[in-house]
Design a protein around this ligand. Structure first.
Ligand code: AMP
Length: 540
């Protein structure tokens, strides 16, 4: 028997209309290239979004067309998120920090017709414009007064593009499985692969994302996404905030600038933020140097890479900010697990709580997960057994966009192989120990490079740490610890090993420590271990 419920489609358009009707006066504050503090309301944003949609239709953008954005977190990017998807086209967010040949590959593979680009990113696109034949025109995210002098094809300012378009539109009734956005994963090997989200997956991910044991967003919050809108939709915050009616604060091109983040938090009363571990180091350093405060900030979500305990402690003990650790992937929209403590855990000692809170957390509703051995046998949730992590769910990709061959990381029974290795304890808390290609196997036993790195980063003289396996005649592999010292420090390798000695298993202790000025990172801020292996172990 079928139920008798209305068949209303779950679309991004419905998020926009909900916010427009119910939270018209909630504010959106942005730092942009042409304004140090732009301020308007959701009602203003969606009025302009309707003008943008009319401009896109007038230009000839058709349902299914890919439209690229090269943009920071700001109000115009927010309008693009809704305007492009609203007309049935696909918002292709591109990470401007990728290498030029990766950007060229991605834009051509997606066959982007229009490119919306921030003025600061224009010079990078000018260098590769001749290799992007599919792009018909570039819309620069500014007004005519601030237009840069550019040789980009058919360049026009965003403000003139939306110009005098009407601010009324009859949004098309979209099927909820219509594609709405596209984001390429920045794999360390091979070409990037496109993850194509649909309206339904985005709405479901948004609803789970704002729920109490996840982002817990409300109309009383002020959220500042420090995770970029060009990488996995700012973890869904640009959709979650309008559903909840939350004021949005966008740091624009100043995401990595501690002074701007502190000023925005204090002046805009930010209660909530989210980002990868490295961005918080800039803010914490700035607070440390200036003695300034982040008084209104209540919670920060950290993910994208393992969050070192030292960051959690510094936030909490010095600034009263609670940190939640989260894990996810581009392929998962991206939220997979989120760490909150269960009620009975509140009674545990601080040490016992941290042992749980350092883990990546429990699966969100909509994410099924399991760990398997080399023969694909499911392993128990005992906190000890370690295996490859597989996931399944309605906001997890079923294949990659237009590769011409079926994905080799999806099972016949629909599970997606994350490439992460970890354990799950009896309470359901996932602990990631490594990427499968980064695991260190020494004498037949696994050593977690993530654990070693996070412990090393807790040393007061260590700015950043990476651990890779290097070949060893007896043990097959041994860990090598690579360290960036804090400015002015002359700490020795021996001192660091001494410090690690009572904190990790004896046989995990790295055989050697090397010091470098800088550790290479991918465009999404992850340590580039392939480069380190090339340099220090002669392999990839
Ligand atoms: P991306 O698709 O670029 O966002 O990268 C996803 C990958 O980042 C995951 O497969 C993990 O390897 C890593 N990752 C994300 N969050 C965490 C976390 N909290 N701890 C450890 N690794 C993480």
């Amino acid at each position: 028997m079928q139920g008798l419920m209305m068949d209303r489609q779950l679309t991004i358009t419905s998020i926009m209309e909900h916010a427009d009707n119910n939270h018209p006066n909630a504010e959106i504050v942005s730092v942009t290239c042409d304004s140090p503090r732009h301020r308007y309301t959701y009602a203003d944003a969606f009025r302009r979004t309707r003008r943008l949609a009319n401009a896109l239709i007038g230009y000839g953008v058709r349902p299914g067309d890919r439209v690229a954005t090269f943009a920071w977190n700001d109000y115009r990017h927010f309008e693009l998120y809704y305007g492009i998807a609203g007309v049935g086209a696909v918002t292709h967010t591109v990470n401007p920090r990728l290498f030029p040949d990766q950007i060229t590959y991605i834009v051509n593979h997606a066959e982007d017709r229009l490119v919306f680009v921030d003025p600061l990113i224009v010079p990078a696109l000018e260098k590769i414009k001749d290799d992007l034949p599919c792009v018909e025109a570039y819309i620069i995210l500014t007004d005519d007064d601030n237009m840069p002098d550019t040789g980009l094809k058919n360049a026009q300012s965003y403000e003139s593009f939306i110009g005098s378009q009407p601010d009324r539109i009859d949004w098309p009734e979209l099927d909820e499985k219509t594609a709405c956005c596209l984001c390429y994963t920045s794999g360390t090997t091979g070409n990037p692969k496109g993850v194509l989200y649909h309206h339904r997956s985005m709405v479901l991910h948004t609803l789970i994302g704002i729920s109490t044991d996840c982002f817990d967003l409300s109309v009383r919050d002020v959220v500042m996404p420090v995770v970029p809108m060009f990488h996995v939709n700012a973890w869904g915050l640009a959709y979650g905030a309008p559903v909840a009616g939350t004021k949005l604060v966008f740091p624009g091109p100043k995401m990595g600038d501690g002074a701007t983040l502190q000023a925005l938090i204090e002046e805009e009363q930010v209660t909530y933020s989210a980002g990868v571990p490295t961005v918080w180091l800039n803010l914490l350093k700035y607070l440390d140097e200036t003695g300034k405060q982040v008084g209104t900030l209540r919670r920060v979500v950290i993910g994208g890479s393992a969050c070192p305990r030292s960051i959690m402690e510094e936030f909490e003990e010095r600034h009263g900010v609670y940190v939640n650790h989260a894990w996810g992937m581009t392929e998962m929209s991206p939220l997979g697990t989120f760490n909150t403590l269960k009620p009975e855990m509140q009674k545990l000692s601080r040490e016992e709580q941290f042992a749980i809170r350092e883990k990546q957390g429990r699966a969100l509703y909509g994410v099924e997960m399991k760990i398997v051995d080399d023969e694909n046998n499911e392993l128990p949730w005992d906190g000890q057994s370690t295996g490859l992590l597989k996931v399944r769910g309605p906001f997890i990709c079923s294949d990659y966009y237009n590769t011409g061959v079926p994905s080799d990381v999806h099972d016949g029974d629909g599970w997606f192989s994350t490439g992460d290795v970890g354990s799950i304890d009896a309470e359901g808390y996932l602990q990631i120990t490594d990427r499968s290609k980064d695991v260190i196997k020494s004498g037949g036993e696994w050593i977690s490079s993530i654990d070693l790195e996070n412990t090393a980063v807790g040393h007061p003289d260590v700015a950043e740490a990476a651990v890779i396996g290097v070949p060893h005649p007896k043990w097959s592999e041994r860990p090598l610890l690579i360290i960036v010292r804090k400015e002015g420090s002359e700490v020795t390798g021996e001192a660091i090993l001494d410090w690690l000695r009572d904190k990790v298993a004896k046989w995990w202790l790295p055989d050697d420590v090397v010091f470098v000025d800088e550790i290479p990172h991918t465009a999404t801020g992850k340590i580039q271990k392939t480069e380190l292996r090339k340099r220090f172990s002669g392999s990839e």
